[in-house]
Design a protein around this ligand. Structure first.
Ligand code: GDP
Length: 223
């Protein structure tokens, strides 16, 4: 069953330069991962539509940032997969810059969903991404996907290892198993995304409320 959060999900825009990032969005959640880790499949599974995120796989768009609107001003942002070797150095540099600048400086970015193949968790590039994203202080949740490819006991053991690593190095960062084949973990991930959007919304309301209050407190001319 697809979570209500994704019922009206739609492709919004694709961006190849930071100057073209959309305006007027309030909350964005980024999907990041090594190329081939299963990011597009995970998005398709969450949204419940087979080829939803494959717009990002059309030739020429793999290095772009793809925006999907969930509702109002809430967006899922599919970032270019990293570590894809068959790509000229100049293009790799371009998308590395796009990805890192977006993740480190986008004010409306609430958090990052980091996708890893459960058979190869915490690669060097994943660790690099975690390391510089941690500096933003924003939320991180990891999906260990392709869980169907391993036995239940192996899956549980890897989940425990990754959880232990995070507890020591990145406390606050959460992790779960996922499978696009069986939809294992889809409900848990959907609930987490919903809670991030809700928290972000509440924070924005509160910030607007305190802005209104401070305006009210400013004495009017002639008081
Ligand atoms: P991306 O490059 O990270 O977007 O990766 P894709 O979503 O295109 O997946 C890469 C390959 O892994 C494809 O052949 C998918 O069919 C396969 N794949 C992705 N997720 C899963 C999964 O949960 N289980 C299995 N068995 N295969 C998967």
């Amino acid at each position: 069953m697809v979570h209500p959060l994704f019922r009206h999900a739609e492709f919004y825009t694709t961006v190849n330069h930071l100057r073209d990032l959309p305006q007027g969005t309030s909350t964005e959640i980024a999907f990041v991962g090594r190329s081939n880790a299963g990011k597009s499949s995970a998005i398709n599974t969450l949204v419940g539509r087979g080829r939803f995120a494959f717009t990002s796989k059309t030739p020429g768009r793999t290095q772009h940032i793809n925006f999907f609107r969930l509702r109002d001003t809430c967006f899922m942002v599919d970032l270019p997969g990293y570590g894809y070797a068959q790509v000229p150095q100049a293009i790799r540099q371009h998308w590395g810059h796009l990805l890192s600048t977006y993740l480190q400086t986008r004010p409306v970015l609430y958090g990052m969903i980091l996708i890893m193949d459960i058979r190869h968790p915490l690669t060097k590039l994943d660790l690099q991404t975690l390391e510089w994203f941690a500096q933003t202080g924003k939320a991180v949740h990891i999906l260990l996907t392709k869980a169907d490819k391993l036995s239940r006991s192996k899956t549980t053991a890897i989940l425990a290892e990754v959880r232990q690593f995070l507890a020591v190095n990145y406390p606050g960062c959460t992790v779960q198993t996922f499978s696009s084949l069986t939809s294992e973990g889809a409900e848990e991930a959907s609930e987490l995304l919903q809670s991030w959007f809700d928290t972000s919304h509440a924070e924005i309301q509160q910030a607007n409320g305190s802005k209104d209050d401070s305006q009210k407190k400013t004495p009017a001319k002639g008081d």
